[in-house]
Ligand binder design. Structure first.
Ligand code: NAD
Length: 357
């Protein structure tokens, strides 16, 4: 296979973790006989420094011309005082919009070797934690119109609109069903149908859409209960699908209980065009340039890319297994080094994964 990948290292630790992810990508491609063609594009603070804007047209064009996009992270104190309209984070929102990425996939899985890093009690963690949160990314209260500020009885009031059309619900539930089919075939749709009209439509369309996947066992949960159940017994979940605002909160909750922000990848997918893969963490300016960042979230983002954009299951599995093997041998970057194991830096961790491959 010939893979055309657009790389956007971004800011802070972005270039360091990207370099290791690219080594792993090239290693796995060579091992399985694939050709990789990469192009590097500017985004975030790096783009502001070079061109004055966080998302140059050339970057959008390079992403559109690729099969998949791999991003490091954007942002940092250097650009914090800037006009919010041209801050680094605008680049990220802009590229998601330009590529029409409506489905955000956030796996929250705990490597048994890192169980000690989890914030949950050992008896809860030992039940297992392997969840895929599928969050709707372009609708709901974050984008709904009308929005704004008004005067009500002489005082200021502000409002947003949580709105979803049937087609928006249908396409995200379909993505979640497809993913459930490749995993444990259990899908939990999270809503607030006891209170919100938009949730009642969500539930109705979810039932209708999931019926097209008779093998997928669909359940429903109110969002307040889902927030509790994620802490009480995360092992009950396989795939969760939910709207933008609920998904923003639940996907962060699901990932942070693993205790390892440097381990978690994510994918944002649209309808047919290139998808975007990135670690969930930010640019970690506090440790940038020191070669101590954990590159595994970005390396695991490469695995997601091979699996979801190219259907290369064996290749993705090889990366996952290599990461597991390195952890099993006791190697840890600082963020996941909890009292035991051998502490290694960013490039050393990348080399270990390459060697394991
Ligand atoms: P952050 O995720 O960058 O860092 C939070 C903490 O986790 C820091 O102590 C950092 O050192 C640590 N950390 C993060 N990734 C790590 C890794 N791979 N290895 C080891 N330690 C790691 O979040 P923040 O500090 O809130 O934000 C820093 C900057 O990143 C801000 O400018 C923010 O806007 C931006 N940000 C970008 C993204 C993105 O690009 N997707 C996401 C979140 C934050």
């Amino acid at each position: 296979m010939n893979m055309k990948i657009c790389l956007m290292p971004g800011d802070g630790i972005g270039p360091e973790i990207m370099a290791q992810a690219v080594r792993v990508l090239e290693t796995v491609a060579a091992k399985f006989g694939h050709a990789v063609q990469t192009e590097t594009a500017l985004i975030g603070g790096a783009a502001i420094d070079a061109m004055g804007i966080p998302l140059p047209e050339a970057t959008v064009a390079a992403c559109r011309a690729s099969d998949a996009v791999l991003l490091g992270a954007v942002g940092g104190p250097k650009w914090d005082a800037m006009d919010p309209a041209i801050r680094p984070e605008k680049g990220l929102l802009g590229i998601r919009k330009a590529l029409g990425l409506f489905a955000n996939l956030r796996p929250a899985a705990l490597f048994p070797e890192l169980a000690r890093a989890s914030y949950l009690r050992p008896d809860i963690v030992s039940q297992g934690l392997d969840i895929m949160v599928v969050r709707e990314l372009t609708g709901g209260a974050y984008f709904g119109e009308p929005r704004g500020e008004t005067l009500v009885n002489g005082e200021r009031a502000a409002f947003n609109t949580m709105i979803y059309s049937e087609s928006e619900i249908e396409r995200i539930v379909r993505v979640a069903c497809e993913i459930a089919m490749k995993r444990g075939k259990r899908l939990c749709s999270v809503d607030k149908a006891n209170v919100l009209d938009v949730s009642r439509l969500w539930r109705e369309v979810a039932v209708r859409t999931a019926a097209e996947y008779p093998e997928v066992e669909l359940s429903h949960m109110y969002v307040d209960n889902a927030a509790m159940q994620l802490i009480r017994d995360p092992s009950q979940f396989d795939v969760i699908v939910t709207e933008n605002l609920f998904g923003d909160i639940l996907s962060d909750e699901a990932s942070i209980i693993t205790g390892s922000i440097g381990m978690l990848p994510s994918a944002s997918m649209g309808a047919g065009g290139p998808a975007l893969f990135e670690p969930i963490h930010g640019s970690a300016p506090d440790i940038a340039g020191k070669d101590i960042a954990n590159p595994l979230a970005t390396i695991l983002s490469v695995s997601m890319m091979l699996r979801f954009s190219f259907g290369l299951e064996a290749e993705a599995g090889a990366i996952d297994s290599a990461v597991k093997a390195v952890l099993a041998r006791g190697y840890r970057t600082g963020d996941i080094h909890v009292g035991e194991g051998v502490k290694v830096g960013c490039s050393e961790m990348g080399q270990l994964v390459v060697d394991a491959l």
